[in-house]
Ligand binder design. Structure first.
Ligand code: XMP
Length: 536
């Protein structure tokens, strides 16, 4: 959401300032920790935007950054397709911190030398700080740091000197006159001792950033910007009952009042009782203006016989838009008929945006998330996405600040395409009932074990696999349920949850006893990567 002068004034009243400028730009070279760098910086109340390394100098300048971080990445600077950024980035006059590949690229592009190391460094190493540096101010002379690199810098560009080493390699370099810094290790990961202090030193001592990224400021700025953008028009918000869309709706409601109509669609692919319970909560407890649309028939008809996961997602994306367009037509015919319904509000988050503008281009798109990639091109709406700049934990904090009930804020994520991507193969009403029954057991048992808020997601998947079993002395040939429970911080990476055996046992026994047509339960022990959280 672009800040504007009106927003600045409004934000000031709340003790915050316009927040998305004057932060740190992180240029992404495809590193696995790029998002973490941005989060760590934001935790310091300084805004941080991730741009692909291919961003133009004009795009970078538009952010008015006070500093630039060059992320890590899997390549070697000598690879044929090695990612590079425009060398003019180094002429913007702002401090630069290169991390891992970022440091190698920095050194290489300024005339230094990078080589494959004799001994590659992965994991823990001891860092010896060799001399005074703003970057290492206030941290001990020896630190345990986290490395992940095969190449290292062997020749320094002119004006640079070494500030830290590990046994094996040059670990940090700088040219303080030009305010260029490089570290071979990853200060953003928890395993690096005092890593946050090192990043803080860069952000505050080197770049002189101001702490202008805070909740109250963000809310005031966003509400003001939406108010301006939406003057003389109405908007529809697609609610899913999850954290993101509810927070988005609450924010837009502040800006637009009853010019916002929320639509909650029963796709026929929701969890058990979800439609009824959520509608009640949104309407009666939050006082939002919500229309509940039962569109299950049309979704299930369009999905009949479809087995390809991407096709399922595309169908669902376009059916959603068709339903919203229909509601738009009804609104146009009803009260406030003079006001056009121009906007669609979505709870798109920063990780969704970044995942869809991958550094590597379209080939790296793994799934079309319906609220970003799967939208049809000829949509009759302009988008309002007030959470586009936020990570999930920031959205929860904004929701808290807006006074939303905790029960919504701690809700586990549920994908837009719903049970369609958890029911493998063709979707039928009967199979959906089986999946709902099993899913309800998983969630109930996870809650009962006190794990609902400790795990990222817990759900059931219905596999297109029948197997032989025996129940009450008779042979069965019935369905298989996979149970998926994962720990994650932001869904970019995830690990399967080491559930207590008793919980696994209860889940398994209850599913087989209570859900007709299931005789086998398996536990998914795959992490992301290489798997994804959802099965389709
Ligand atoms: P994957 O399966 O890609 O999922 O590891 C990452 C996170 O995103 C959720 N997810 C979606 N959310 N629309 C959404 O709003 C979608 O199409 C979608 N697909 C996956 C998933 O539940 C997990 O939290």
């Amino acid at each position: 959401m672009a800040p504007n002068p009106g927003a600045a004034a409004a934000a000031k009243e709340h003790g915050g300032m316009v927040s998305t400028k004057h932060g740190i730009v992180v240029l992404d070279f495809g590193g696995q920790y790029t998002q973490l760098i941005a989060r760590r910086i934001r935790e310091q109340q300084v805004f941080s935007a991730i741009l692909p390394c291919t961003a133009s100098v004009a795009e970078i300048r538009a952010q008015e950054p006070v500093g630039i971080v060059l992320s890590g990445g899997p390549s070697s600077v000598y690879d044929k397709d090695a990612p590079v950024c425009d060398p003019k980035t180094l002429e913007l006059g702002v401090p630069v911190l290169g991390i891992c590949y970022g440091m190698q690229w920095l050194a290489h592009s300024l005339g230094g030398k990078v080589e494959p190391a004799n001994r590659r460094e992965y994991g823990r190493a001891q860092l010896d700080i060799a001399c005074q540096s703003k970057l290492f101010a206030g941290v001990p002379a020896q630190l345990s740091v986290w490395n992940s690199h095969g190449d290292h810098v062997v020749g320094l560009p002119s004006g640079f000197h070494v500030t830290a080493r590990t046994d094996n390699a040059v670990a940090a370099v700088e040219n303080p006159a030009s305010r260029f810094y490089g570290v071979e290790f990853h200060p953003e990961v928890n395993h690096t001792e005092r890593g946050t202090d090192i990043l803080r030193n860069f952000v505050f001592a080197v770049c002189g950033a101001k702490q202008n990224w805070n909740r109250a400021g963000f809310i005031a700025e966003t509400v003001e910007a939406i108010r301006k953008q939406s003057q003389g028009a109405r908007a529809i918000c697609g609610l899913s009952g999850g954290v993101d869309s509810t927070v988005a709706a609450a924010l837009v409601h502040r800006a637009m009042g009853d010019r916002l109509t929320n639509v909650f669609v029963d796709t026929g692919l929701l969890r058990r009782d979800e439609f009824r319970d959520t509608l009640e909560l949104l309407r009666d407890r939050l006082g939002l203006n919500v229309i509940g649309v039962d569109a299950s028939e049309r979704f299930l008809t369009k999905l009949a016989g479809v087995t390809d996961p991407e096709q399922k997602r595309k169908i669902i994306g376009s059916e959603f838009i068709a339903v919203f367009a229909e509601e738009q037509r009804k609104l146009l015919a009803g009260a406030q008929a003079g006001l056009p319904v121009k906007f669609l509000v979505q709870g798109t988050l920063y990780p969704d945006v970044i995942e869809s503008v991958s550094v590597k281009g379209p080939s790296a798109v793994i799934k079309s998330h319906h609220n970003v990639g799967g939208l049809p091109k000829d949509m009759p709406f302009a988008l309002i996405e007030p959470l586009r700049d936020l990570f999930k934990d920031e959205v929860r904090q904004i929701g808290r600040e807006l006074g939303l009930p905790e029960e919504i804020l701690v809700k586990q994520p549920f994908p837009g395409p719903g049970l369609a991507v958890r029911l493998l193969g063709a979707i039928t009403r009967e199979k959906l009932e089986t999946l709902r029954g099993a899913d309800a057991v998983v969630v109930e048992e996870i809650r009962r074990a006190g794990l609902y808020e400790k795990t990222w997601q817990a759900f059931a998947v219905l596999l297109p696999v029948q197997s032989v079993g025996v129940m009450g002395d008779g042979r069965t040939y019935a369905d298989t349920i996979a149970v998926r429970v994962v720990d994650s911080l932001d869904a970019m990476t995830a690990d399967w949850t080491r559930l207590p055996m008793e919980v696994l046992e209860r889940i398994s026994v209850r599913i087989v006893n209570e859900v007709p047509g299931v005789n086998r339960v398996v536990y998914d022990i795959s992490s992301k990567p290489p798997s994804t959280i959802e099965w389709e």
